[in-house]
Write a protein that binds this ligand. Sequence first.
Ligand SMILES: Nc1ncnc2c1ncn2[C@@H]1O[C@H](COP(=O)(O)OP(=O)(O)OP(=O)(O)O)[C@@H](O)[C@H]1O
Length: 253
Amino acid sequence: MEKIILDIQNLDIGYDKTLVENINFSIKNSELVGLIGVNGSGKSTLLKSITQINSALKGNIILNQKPIEKYSLKEKSEQMGLVLTNPIINKDLSVFEIVALGRQPYTNWLGLLTKKDKRIIIKAIEQVGLIDKVKKKCAKLSDGQLQKVMLARALAQQTELIVLDEPTTHLDMYHKIYILKLLKMICQKNNKAMLFATHEINLALQLCDKIIVLNDKKAYFGTTEELAKNQVFKKLFPNDLINFDQEQLIFKV
Ligand SMILES: Nc1ncnc2c1ncn2[C@@H]1O[C@H](COP(=O)(O)OP(=O)(O)OP(=O)(O)O)[C@@H](O)[C@H]1O
């Protein structure tokens, strides 16, 4: 059954000044949504507002039919997972131990893992392709592998929505595509909704169900085809170095 997981209504975001105003979009289950825009356009700020790290200046954030400010911390962590680019984690912990932190909303006050928790953790590690590193300390992983561990932690959290800030930053071309295709597959198979900020615009345009473009204090939302038809991509960069191909729906140098 289709349902709206995240509904953003008339949202203004920013700090002392407004960065983007009147943002409106919604994400349904099984949808992968990419958030794009030039450096400093407000992508991280929008994600921080949605996840309540920052407060928005105006407007509503509705998570699963309920305003986000009405959730307790525990309730929110059962509904929404967050993957940050440079997470603060204790790198002395093993891959298993970090991914196990995703089970925190569900474990008892002793933090004991049940057999079911362990199954979920192993499955998440398998999904990101790191099962051979399960016992390895995170200090011994590459940046790209660490990024996959953080995704696995969010998967183990079993939330309907996962928000990711630049999940492919440290990855090579092959693994960027691997992770984005994995996100898409998980959305469809597990009926999850995902919102991720990215600079991999061409990949996002090809893989995402919907795109949010931040440009010039405004937010545009739609499918790649809809946004291209409305000339949204053409205005994104100065045309001297990069151009949007309206037929192939990709940016070309
Ligand atoms: N804590 C803060 N206080 C005040 N201004 C901030 C703060 N964090 C970010 N900004 C400013 O807000 C603007 C948007 O920053 P943000 O990090 O949201 O952009 P972004 O689109 O994610 O950029 P990038 O692609 O470079 O990661 C920038 O001009 C930045 O300097």
